[in-house]
Write a protein that binds this ligand. Structure first.
Ligand code: ADP
Ligand code: MG
Length: 464
C-alpha cells in the first residue's frame, strides 16, 4: 500500500489556508457513490492543493482521471460544494503517471498477492442468491437465452463461450448469476463485471503484479463476465482479456459472457476478439411482450403473498394496466410494481386505474428531469468516449456521431432551445444542432442499429 497522504502533507507543510478535511470528503464519497465506485475509483483521489474557489486533486493515472471526469465529476463537484460552497471547479493532476510503462505490464514479479486480489474480488463479486433460475420467468423474448443457460449448467463446455446479449434491464445479469449459482455447486466459478475486471487489471499494472492477476483469472473452471461492452476502445484491456479468454477456452473452462449488443456490433474491439466471442453460441434477449410482463408481475405478487402471508390487493385490471404501460424494460416494470404495492399497503385499499395513473405519473409521462449534462454523460459513457472529446471540435466519425446523438436527445428530451443546446456543446452554433437532429432522425428511420441505440439511450436516461 502506498501512502499518498505523506505526499499531501509535504505539500501542505508550507501551507496556505486549508479548511477541508479530506477524510470527511472521502467518507462522503463513499456514502454517496456506494462502496463499489468508491473503492474502485474515488478512493484513489488525493487532495493536493486547496484554493478558495478550486481544488487540485491527485489521481494515479491519466486513465483514472478520464474515467472519473467523464462519469463522476458533476456529482463530485456538487458534493465538494456542500463542504465549501465557494468551490466551483477542480483540477486533476496525475501524481504517479510515470510509474506505468508497457514493459512493466508483462514483467515477472515474484510476490504472491493472489490473496489480496481474491479478497477484493470476493467482496465485490458475490453471487446474488435471489437471482436464480426459479425466480427467472420464461417468455418468448428470453426462452432461447434461458434454455441455453440451463444447458450450459448441465453439460459444461458444450457451447463455449455462451454469449448473451440484449438491452438494459432485460435479465442478462440475472441469467449469468443463475448460471453461476448453479455451477458453483460443483465447480470453481468466477463471476465478474467487465468494469471490475478492468479495475483489477489497472490495479495490478500499478502494483506491478500482472503475474498474479493472470494466474488468478485463469484458475477458474467457469468464468462469467458481465457487460463485456466495457472493453470497447481499451486496447490494453482487450489484449489482457483476449489472453485470459484463450487460455480458459484452451483448458476447456466454460466462459459465459453478456453484452448490450451482438459480438460483431462491438465497435472498437479487435476483430480477432469479436470472432472468438462469436465462436460459441450467441443468443439474445429481446424486450418482453405483454404476456411475459404479466407473468413477471404475477410471480412477484405471489412471492410477496407467500413471504408476508398477506394478499396484495392488486386487481387483474391494474396488473394489465402496468404491464401495458411499462414499455421500457423489466427493471422498470418491477420498479413500477413496487411503487404500486407500497402505495396500496400504505392506503390499505384496492387500487383503481386512476390511482395507478397518479402514482406512476412521473414514470409514464416521462416527467423526470433530464438535463443536457446528464444526456452528455450518459451518451459518452454509452459510446465509451471521454466527455471532453465528445464535446471537442474534432470531427472524426467515432466522436461526431455520439455528439450528434447527444444533441438530438437534448432537443427531444429537454425543453432547452436550439441555441442553448449549441452553447452547452462547447459553444456550437444552433445550425449545427439542427443539422444533428436532422441527421439522427434520418438515420434512425433507416438504420436499425441507430434506432436501437437511441432506444437504449432513452431508457438509460429514464432510469432512476
Ligand atoms: P440486465 O443485466 O440485462 O440489465 P438484469 O438482469 O439486471 O438486467 O434485470 C433487471 C431486473 O429485472 C432484475 O431485477 C431481474 O431480476 C429482473 N428480471 C429480468 N428478467 C427477468 C425475468 N425473465 N424474470 C424475472 N425477473 C427478471
Ligand atoms: Mg446487467
Amino acid at each position: 500500500m502506498e501512502k499518498k497522504s505523506i505526499k499531501t502533507q509535504e505539500i501542505f507543510s508550507n501551507e496556505e489556508e486549508k479548511t477541508l478535511v479530506w477524510e470527511n470528503i472521502q467518507n462522503a464519497f463513499e456514502k454517496n457513490f456506494g462502496s463499489e465506485v468508491y473503492s474502485s475509483w474515488l478512493k484513489n483521489i488525493s487532495l493536493l492543493k486547496e484554493y478558495n474557489d478550486y481544488l487540485v486533486l491527485g489521481v494515479p493515472t491519466r486513465f483514472f482521471r478520464d474515467w472519473i471526469v467523464s462519469r463522476y465529476l458533476d456529482k463530485i463537484l456538487s458534493l465538494l460544494k456542500t463542504f465549501k460552497n465557494t468551490i466551483n471547479r477542480v483540477e486533476f493532476k496525475i501524481s504517479e503517471e510515470n510509474r506505468v510503462t508497457t514493459t512493466d505490464i508483462f514483467k515477472d514479479n515474484a510476490f504472491n498477492k493472489v490473496t489480496e486480489i481474491k479478497d477484493s474480488i470476493l467482496n465485490y463479486n458475490r453471487l446474488n442468491p435471489n437471482l436464480n433460475f426459479d425466480s427467472f420467468v420464461a417468455g418468448s423474448s428470453n426462452e432461447i437465452a434461458l434454455s441455453s443457460s440451463k444447458k450450459v449448467c448441465e453439460q459444461v463446455s458444450r457451447y463455449n463461450p455462451l454469449y448473451i446479449y440484449g438491452g438494459v434491464g432485460l435479465g442478462k445479469t440475472h441469467l449469468l448469476n443463475a448460471i453461476g449459482l448453479e455451477l458453483e455447486k460443483k465447480t470453481k466459478v468466477m463471476f465478474i463485471s467487465a468494469e471490475r475486471f478492468m479495475y483489477h487489471f489497472i490495479k495490478s499494472i500499478k502494483k506491478n503484479d500482472m503475474v498474479n492477476f493472470k494466474d488468478f483469472f485463469r484458475q477458474s473452471s467457469v468464468f462469467i463476465i458481465d457487460d463485456i461492452q466495457f472493453i470497447r476502445g481499451k486496447e490494453g484491456l482487450q489484449e489482457e482479456f483476449f489472453h485470459t479468454f484463450n487460455s480458459l477456452i484452451d483448458k476447456s473452462s466454460q466462459v459465459i459472457i453478456s453484452a448490450d449488443r451482438a459480438p460483431m456490433k462491438l465497435d472498437r474491439v479487435q476483430e480477432r476478439i469479436k470472432s472468438r466471442l462469436a465462436g460459441g453460441l450467441v443468443v439474445d434477449i429481446d424486450t418482453p411482450d405483454l404476456d411475459l410482463k404479466i407473468k413477471i408481475i404475477k410471480k412477484r405478487l405471489q412471492d410477496i403473498e407467500n413471504q408476508f402471508k398477506e394478499s396484495s390487493n392488486i386487481s387483474e385490471e391494474v396488473i394489465n394496466f402496468i404491464a401495458t404501460e411499462s414499455k421500457t424494460n423489466i427493471r422498470e416494470l418491477i420498479g413500477v410494481l413496487n411503487r404500486v404495492i407500497t402505495f396500496s399497503r400504505i392506503h390499505k385499499k384496492e387500487l383503481t386505474i386512476s390511482d395507478c395513473k397518479n402514482i406512476l405519473k412521473d414514470v409514464f409521462n416521462q416527467a423526470k428531469i433530464i438535463t443536457v449534462d446528464k444526456i452528455q454523460n450518459v451518451v459518452s459513457n454509452f459510446f465509451n468516449i471521454p466527455l471532453a472529446e465528445m464535446l471537442s471540435q474534432r470531427r472524426s466519425r467515432p466522436l461526431a456521431r455520439p455528439r450528434q446523438i447527444a444533441m438530438y436527445l437534448a432537443k427531444k428530451m429537454t425543453t432547452r432551445s436550439l441555441p442553448e443546446i449549441g452553447r452547452r456543446f462547447a459553444n456550437r452554433d444552433h445550425t449545427t444542432v439542427i443539422h444533428a437532429v436532422k441527421t439522427i432522425t434520418r438515420l434512425s428511420e433507416k438504420d436499425d442499429e441507430m434506432r436501437k441505440n437511441i432506444e437504449q439511450l432513452r431508457s438509460l436516461l429514464l432510469e432512476e
